[in-house]
Design a protein. Structure first.
Length: 249
């Protein structure tokens, strides 16, 4: 990692939810954050559910988000390496971001080592015990058959169906994630199980919608990045330590 350059991690922007006005306000806030980090970011990891819905037809992508996409282009043109993780809301990313931003698309997990620290990175959906129905849906929605069938729909119909589905999401429903804070964390359980066979210094996830920093055995930590509707939370690795932070500007 270049001297003086940091790794930044963020997740669950859910651009497009809950309304146009709220999404635009959030988009402007994210752009201010990207402006703040532009001088010291080497690698940017956007770890899923960046969009509340995304589907790439062969010649069409969802309209909107032009200011955010322009900022990503500015960063990548300046040499920042961009990683985009598929979340449960934007799993249908194909080659648009690769072509336009030279991004690396991560379908499942990514294991990296930086400055002697080992990271296990994943959006977080479908991991750990339970939630068997979602795990079945995830396998179906990511199948080539499902993607081919959806691509046959006119974009007006396909995006309309997807937006109706998204309105049932936790973000759209404004459910209180704190109600589950003291229940057993599935991703924490998953991380502890992983440590039994392989050491990582940091397990970093999104999906949970609640910023968390939990100590694990062997000096490892489970970091959840939270989301940007309520918390504006992110993580930064400065070459020595990974810290969970909040954007307040």
């Amino acid at each position: 990692m270049p001297v003086g350059k940091n790794l930044y991690f963020a997740s669950d922007f859910h651009l497009g939810a809950v309304s146009y006005s709220s999404s635009r306000e959030r988009e402007d806030r994210i752009i201010r954050w990207l402006d703040m980090i532009k001088d010291d970011v080497a690698e940017l990891f956007l770890m899923g559910d960046v969009f509340d819905f995304w589907f790439e037809y062969k010649t069409v992508v969802p309209k909107g988000y032009i200011r955010f996409l322009g900022k990503l282009a500015q960063l990548t043109d300046s040499g920042v390496k961009l990683y985009l993780f598929k979340g449960n809301h934007d799993m249908w990313m194909f080659d648009y971001f690769v072509t336009e931003f030279n991004a690396t698309i991560i379908t499942n997990e990514l294991e990296i080592e930086r400055s002697g620290k080992k990271f296990y990175l994943h959006h977080g959906d479908g991991l750990g015990p339970g939630d068997k129905f979602y795990k079945f849906l995830k396998k179906f929605f990511r199948s080539g058959v499902c993607q081919w069938l959806f691509a046959r729909l006119h974009p007006n119909l396909g995006v309309g169906i997807a937006n109706a589905w998204s309105r049932q999401s936790r973000i759209a429903g404004a459910k209180d994630e704190h109600k589950m804070q003291y229940q057993q964390e599935w991703l924490e359980t998953y991380s502890r199980e992983m440590l039994k066979t392989k050491h990582f210094d940091y397990f970093v996830f999104g999906h949970r919608h609640l910023p968390l920093d939990i100590a694990l055995p062997d000096n490892a930590r489970y970091i959840n990045l939270g989301e940007w509707v309520n918390y504006n939370s992110y993580a930064v690795f400065d070459g020595t330590e990974l810290s969970l932070r909040y954007f307040t500007q």
